[in-house]
Design a binder for this molecule. Structure first.
Ligand code: ADP
Ligand code: MG
Length: 474
């Protein structure tokens, strides 16, 4: 197979394996440039692939390199490596907008003369389809199962969809992976579009990518201007803006422009804006000026309701015992729940048998390992250092004798986390924390638990710290 064909085969495969937005944003339009042949047998040959800007190159190199290599190695009949380079050829031949889903969409919109201010519109304008930022048709309000913990955030999202820019602006939804943030953002977009509003949903990475191109093409003014014609802008996964200064700057301007023109902004992030390190302060305070709300993991009953709604959608009968089994296995992540559900459904299709508990057990066998892995114990020293760092203190402060309120509070947080996340007994925690008695530890634990129960902000803080510690770092 020629290197060029190997790359084409790799692209085809990646298109299937990656979600649509990532593929469109990062891989569509990449170009096979050359191949550095292996110098010795067994050494890899390196494909040199052209991408359209440095940002795309860094993204591919840092986030998708492993996957691309794996797929390439499978596709080609020899050991292979890949290197991404900014390709000059493509920059000259490809017109800016052809490659930028958002700009293309907005340009199309302009061509159709759609962006008339809302109050002047008579009939809802016709909208072209959104290419890469297409909405998932399943992510609507009526498919979002509401229960217990997520009732408030659901209501807030609905309020925003019903009267954009008048209730909560901006609305920032944050929370762990797979808890429905993207679903809610897109549900707002669906609802707004259904009423003829110009609502654009865009992952922050695609936003950045478009922006980088606009900067290169010297069309940032146009870029900004076009954003201003929207009624609702929904930016997903803004944690990826963290650390990118010039992008933040532009985002801030876009944001301000929209805000000043009374347009609705909705953002999603995997953590509280406070936790977004290196996010510009003025951006952060802008976020905080609206409504900042978290999505909570669904309780057991809600998980069961979600499974039942999926089954209903697929017209499959699932006994209660099976829904319970699945709901029990996937505790805190709906995407995981969905994966399990899909496994069970696949098993049903394969065996052409009604769903039984035994069949579900068999289908889910593979899920047991990752969960144990996820629940592995956290090391006490990690709790100590993370808690200290979070409070701007050192580990020594926490194990030491000082009793200033700030230090004492941080110390109690460490007691709480140690009791929650390790197998250490109270006396053991006491010893590890500089020789304190087990009653001191218990007292600290209770204080933190009480505070968390009454103070929502503190609860978020604690949850974020806890997430950081329990996150899988493999
Ligand atoms: P996030 O963006 O928070 O990582 P997603 O919005 O992508 O999570 O949700 C993951 C999956 O779980 C999606 O398929 C979504 O439809 C589904 N999901 C999440 N929350 C709910 C809910 N309350 N009811 C029904 N489906 C949900
Ligand atoms: Mg998401």
């Amino acid at each position: 197979m020629k290197p060029q064909d190997a790359w084409n085969a790799t692209l085809n495969q990646l298109e299937i394996q990656l979600d649509r937005a990532s593929f469109e944003t990062w891989l569509r339009g990449t170009l096979y440039l050359s191949c550095d042949e292996a110098t010795a047998p067994g050494e890899p040959s390196t494909l040199v692939i052209g991408v359209r800007n440095t940002y795309a190159r860094d993204m591919l190199q840092h986030r998708l390199y492993g996957l691309v290599c794996r797929v390439l190695n499978d596709a080609w009949d020899r050991p292979a490596d890949v290197r991404f380079e900014v390709s000059k050829v493509e920059q000259q031949t490809a017109p800016a907008e052809a490659d930028m889903p958002l700009l293309r969409y907005l340009a199309q919109q302009k061509a159709e003369n759609v962006p008339v201010p809302l109050h002047q519109r008579v009939a809802p304008p016709r909208r072209p389809d959104l290419p890469a930022c297409e909405l998932n048709p399943r992510f609507t309000f009526d498919r979002f199962v509401v229960g217990g913990a997520n009732r408030t955030i659901y209501a807030a999202a609905q309020a925003v969809a019903e009267s954009p820019a008048s209730t909560y602006n901006p609305l920032l939804i944050y929370g762990g992976v797979g808890l429905g943030k993207t679903h809610l953002l897109q549900a707002i977009a669906h609802a707004c579009r259904a009423r003829g509003l110009a609502a654009v949903y865009i992952p922050s990475e695609a936003f950045v990518n478009d922006l980088v191109d606009a900067i290169r093409q010297r069309t940032t003014a146009m870029f900004r201007e076009k954003y201003r014609t929207l009624d609702v802008l929904l930016v997903d996964d803004i944690q990826f803006l963290s650390g990118k200064e010039s992008t933040q700057e532009e985002f801030f301007h876009t944001f301000n422009a929209l805000y000043t023109f009374n347009k609705q902004i909705v953002l999603a992030s995997d953590r509280h804006p406070r936790e977004l390190e290196t996010l510009e302060d003025r951006l952060r305070s802008r976020f905080a000026g609206g409504l900042v709300m978290d999505v909570q993991p669904p309780e057991f009953e809600t998980r069961i309701a979600i499974i039942e709604s999926w089954a209903h959608e697929k017209d499959i009968r699932i006994p209660r015992s099976v829904s319970e089994l699945v709901a029990e296995r996937a505790s805190d992540n709906i995407r995981e729940l969905e994966g399990m559900f899909t496994q069970v459904v696949a098993q049903v299709h394969l065996t052409r048998q009604p769903v039984t508990l035994a069949l579900a057990e068999a289908a889910l066998a593979q899920y047991e390992r990752p969960r144990q892995h996820k629940q592995r114990a956290v090391a006490f020293k990690d709790i100590l250092s993370a808690t200290a760092a979070h409070h701007g203190l050192s580990a020594k402060d926490l194990t030491g004798k000082q009793r200033a309120a700030r230090i004492n509070h941080a110390r109690q947080v460490a007691m709480y986390l140690a009791r929650e996340l390790t197998d250490l007994s109270l006396p053991q925690i006491g010893i590890a924390l500089g020789g304190r008695s087990h009653t001191t530890i218990l007292h600290g634990y209770n204080k933190v638990a009480d505070l968390a129960a009454e103070d929502a902000l503190f609860r978020y803080e604690l949850a974020a710290l806890r997430d950081k510690l329990t996150q899988n770092d493999t």
